[in-house]
Unconditional design. Structure first.
Length: 696
C-alpha cells in the first residue's frame, strides 16, 4: 500500500485544537505532525499529541467487548461478542427504565471532553439518551464557572483573536501555564516579547511559563477577584480609565466603582499574599500600556468565588478601552463565536425527549449522587428522584477526575449499580464497570472540531481502520439504539450524514462541508477588533457589570482558607492546588509509558520553608492529608511552590500511583459561586513525612 497523508485534528480538551497531518504506511499510522499551513498550529504539536500513534497502538488498548465476571474492582473480565454485549446491555437498561420508561431517570450518562469532536462527543449519544428519557448531565467539571462568567459579562464565551497577541505591548497571563497547556498562544506571546512587550504571569505556582515572563505574581489560590478589585482601585484613583468606552459600552460601572474603591493596594495585598507595590505597579502597567491583553485560563475559576473573579477580570479591558485595539482585550474562551455556526438541535435532537423534563445530575457531585437513596431530601429543599441504577460512561474517567474520589469510588463500587464504559484503555473507571466497550481513537474515525482558543473549524478524517473490534462512539450508540427498539430514522444516520448537518449553511453563519473537507479547516468571519465599538453579545451590546440575577461581582474567599475557616486552617495550614502534570491532559496520556516515565510517580511541590518546618527533604515520600483522605507522593522541594501552598500535580490514574490514590482523595464536592462547578483548588491540607504515619 502507498504512503498517504491524512488531514486530522486534535480532539483533546485544549484551546489550541491543532490541525494535524497523519502519515499512513501500509494501513498503519506511523507519524503525526502539526500542519504547517494551518495559521494557529503552524506545524507544531505538543509533546503529548505528537506521540499519538503510541497511544493508538498501545499494547493496553481495549479491542474487544469485555464483561465483568468477578466482584467489582477485581479486574476479572471476559471477552464477549458485540451481539451478546449489546443484547445484555439493552435488556438491563430496559429493565431499569421499566416497560413505560417511567424509571428511565435512574439511568445516567456521564461524559466530558475525552474527545471534543462534534460527532464523537454528543451527537448520537445525546439522541440515544434523549429518546430513552434518561437523566440529563450537567457537564461542569472543567470550565462552567468561567464560562458562565463570560456569558454574564459579554453575553457569550467570546474574546480576542489569539493571533493578535503577537502585537500586544503588555500581556497578562492569568492562571495559565501556557507553555504546557496553550502552546500556540505562547508562540504569539514570544513574538510580542521579542518586539518589546512585557509579559506578566499571575499564578500561585512558579510554572514553566512564569519562569519565562518578565514578572511572576504568586498570589494565594482563590484571591484573583481581590487582585482584580485592587487593580480597579488604582485605575480609578490614578484616572487610567477610558471614560468614553465605559460610558458608551458598559452598564453597572458606578456600583462596581464604589466597591473597588474599598480595595486599596494594602487590603488587596493582605488578601492575596503579595506586596502592595506589586498591585500598584501592575495597575500602572495595565492602565498606561496600549494595547494591553489578558490571557485568562480556567485554573483560577476552580475555587468558591471563581465565577465572580472571572467576571471581575473580564471587566478590566472595558475600563481601559483595551478592546479598541485588535491586540487588546481578553481571551478565556472563543467557543461562543461558534454558537451560530453549529446546529446542535440537528445533531443532538432534543425533540426526542417528547416533552419530558428529566432531572439533571451534576457530574461534579457524582460521588454524593451515586450514594443517595430514592427521594432523598436535598439541601435546596427538592427531592433527589430515583436512585441511580445505571451509568453509561464515555469520554471521561470519573473515578480518577471527579472530586472527593473516595465517595466516587464507593459509588462506582456498588454491586447493584450497572455500569457500561466506552473506552480505549482499562482506566480506574473501566475497572469498576460491568461492560467495557472498545472505542476508536481520533485516528480511526471521522469527526469535526471547533475550538475554544481560536476561530477555526477543522475536519478529522479517519486515517486508519479501527483496530480490533473497536467502534466509534456514534456507532456504539447507533447499535445500542437499534437493540433498544428505537426506530426513528435519525438513529440510522451515518457519521458522514452527521458531519453534513453539524454546521449550519455558510449563508446562516456556518460552514460548507465540502469546502471544509477539501481544505481541512475554515475560519469564522470575525472582525479583528470585534468590540472596538461595543457590540458584545448581550441584548443591548454592552458589557454587563451588574448582571441580571447576579448583581455586581465581588471577591469571595475560599471555602477553606485562614480567612473563612480559621479553625480548619489551624489543623490544615497549607492550601493545595492540583494543576495538570505537563505531560498529561487531565487523565489522558497517563498510561503512555514514555510520558509517565518523565516523572515516574506523583509528586508534591513544596516550598523550602514549609518543607524544613516539617522535616521534609526533596525526593522523600510524604503523606498529604485532610479530613477527607490522604495520599502519598514524592516531595519536590523548590521554588515552584510559594510559601503556604503545595502543588499536587495531576491527574494520575489511581491504579498507576504507588498507593493507589490521587489528589482527588483530598478535594471536596462544594460548588463554585456560579456555574455549579467543582472547586478543586479550594482545598486545605497538611503534609508530613510518610514514615511518621505507617499505619494510616
Amino acid at each position: 500500500m502507498p504512503t498517504t497523508l491524512v488531514r486530522a485534528a486534535c480532539p483533546h480538551d485544549c484551546p489550541d485544537t491543532c490541525a494535524m497531518l497523519v502519515t499512513v504506511e501500509d494501513g498503519r499510522a506511523v507519524k503525526v505532525r502539526g500542519d504547517p499551513d494551518h495559521p494557529t498550529t503552524h506545524g507544531t504539536l505538543c509533546t503529548k499529541v505528537s506521540r499519538y500513534p503510541e497511544r493508538t497502538y498501545h499494547e493496553g488498548r481495549v479491542l474487544h467487548p469485555l464483561r465483568r465476571v468477578g466482584p467489582k474492582g477485581s479486574g476479572r473480565f471476559e471477552q464477549v461478542g458485540w451481539d451478546e454485549a449489546l443484547a445484555d446491555i439493552a435488556a438491563r437498561l430496559h429493565a431499569i427504565a421499566g416497560p413505560d420508561g417511567a424509571n428511565a431517570e435512574a439511568i445516567v450518562p456521564y461524559s466530558y471532553a475525552g474527545t471534543m469532536g462534534l460527532l464523537q462527543s454528543e451527537s448520537m449519544a445525546a439522541r440515544f439518551f434523549n429518546k430513552l428519557g434518561a437523566s440529563l448531565l450537567d457537564r461542569t467539571i472543567c470550565s462552567s464557572a468561567g464560562g458562565e462568567a463570560l456569558i454574564a459579562t459579554y453575553g457569550a464565551k467570546i474574546g480576542m483573536h489569539v493571533e493578535h497577541y503577537a502585537e500586544s505591548k503588555l500581556i497578562v497571563i492569568w492562571g495559565s501555564n501556557s507553555i504546557t497547556s496553550n502552546l500556540h498562544f505562547w508562540t504569539y506571546a514570544q513574538q510580542a516579547k521579542r518586539a518589546g512587550a512585557k509579559l506578566v504571569c499571575i499564578d500561585p505556582r512558579r510554572t514553566e511559563t512564569a519562569e519565562k515572563c518578565h514578572q511572576h505574581i504568586a498570589l494565594l489560590p482563590g484571591t484573583d477577584g481581590a487582585l482584580a478589585l485592587g487593580l480597579m482601585h488604582e485605575l480609578i484613583v490614578n484616572d487610567w480609565l477610558d471614560h468614553d468606552y465605559i460610558e458608551r459600552h458598559t452598564e453597572g460601572w458606578p456600583q462596581l466603582r464604589e466597591r473597588a474603591l474599598a480595595w486599596p493596594p494594602e487590603r488587596t495585598a493582605a488578601a492575596s499574599g503579595i506586596e502592595a507595590e506589586v498591585v500598584r505597579a501592575l495597575a500602572r502597567d495595565y492602565g498606561t500600556t496600549k494595547p494591553a491583553a489578558i490571557r485568562l485560563n480556567y485554573g483560577m475559576q476552580r475555587v468558591r468565588g471563581g465565577g465572580s473573579a472571572a467576571r471581575l477580570i473580564a471587566i478590566l479591558p472595558c475600563l481601559v478601552g483595551a478592546w479598541r485595539h485588535p491586540a487588546g482585550g481578553m481571551l478565556l474562551s472563543a467557543s461562543g463565536w461558534f454558537r451560530d455556526a453549529i446546529d446542535n438541535a440537528a445533531l443532538r435532537r432534543p425533540d426526542l425527549l417528547g416533552g419530558r423534563r428529566p432531572r439533571t445530575i451534576n457530574m461534579s457531585t457524582i460521588g454524593d449522587d451515586l450514594l443517595r437513596e430514592s427521594g432523598e431530601a436535598l439541601a435546596d429543599g427538592s427531592r433527589f428522584g430515583p436512585r441511580i441504577e445505571a451509568l453509561v460512561v464515555y469520554n471521561s474517567n470519573p473515578v480518577a477526575v471527579a472530586p472527593q474520589s473516595a465517595k466516587v469510588a464507593a459509588g462506582f463500587g456498588r454491586e447493584d449499580l450497572f455500569t457500561v464504559v466506552l473506552e480505549h484503555f482499562m482506566t480506574d473507571t473501566a475497572d469498576l464497570a460491568d461492560y467495557v466497550l472498545p472505542a476508536t481513537t481520533q485516528l480511526e474515525h471521522l469527526d469535526l472540531q471547533v475550538s475554544y482558543g481560536h476561530t477555526y473549524a477543522l475536519i478529522n478524517e479517519a486515517a486508519v481502520a479501527p483496530l480490533g473490534e473497536a467502534k466509534p462512539n456514534t456507532e456504539i450508540f447507533r447499535l445500542l439504539a437499534a437493540r433498544m427498539g428505537f426506530d426513528e430514522p435519525c438513529f440510522a444516520e451515518s457519521d458522514e450524514d452527521l458531519a453534513r448537518i453539524a454546521f449550519k449553511p455558510a449563508a446562516r453563519g456556518g460552514f460548507d462541508f465540502a469546502e471544509l473537507r477539501a481544505h481541512g479547516w475554515q475560519k469564522l468571519p470575525i472582525a479583528d477588533a470585534p468590540f472596538a465599538e461595543g457590540g458584545f453579545a448581550t441584548p443591548n451590546g454592552k458589557c454587563r457589570i451588574d448582571a441580571p440575577g447576579l448583581g455586581v461581582p465581588d471577591h469571595l474567599p475560599n471555602y477553606e482558607s485562614a480567612a473563612s475557616t480559621p479553625g480548619l486552617a489551624a489543623r490544615f495550614p497549607l492550601a493545595m492546588i492540583s494543576p495538570p502534570e505537563r505531560n498529561f491532559l487531565n487523565s489522558s496520556f497517563v498510561n503512555v509509558a514514555s510520558l509517565r516515565g518523565i516523572d515516574g510517580e506523583p509528586v508534591l511541590e513544596i516550598a523550602p520553608g514549609d518543607a524544613a518546618a516539617r522535616g521534609i527533604a526533596s525526593g522523600q515520600r510524604v503523606r498529604i492529608f485532610n479530613d477527607r483522605g490522604s495520599i502519598q507522593c514524592k516531595a519536590v522541594v523548590g521554588p515552584r511552590a510559594r510559601p503556604g501552598v503545595v502543588n499536587g500535580l495531576g491527574v494520575w490514574w489511581k491504579k498507576l500511583a504507588r498507593d493507589g490514590r490521587n489528589g482527588n482523595e483530598l478535594t471536596h464536592q462544594r460548588l463554585t459561586d456560579i456555574g455549579r462547578a467543582p472547586s478543586f483548588y479550594d482545598c486545605l491540607v497538611e503534609v508530613e513525612p510518610a514514615a511518621l504515619s505507617p499505619s494510616r
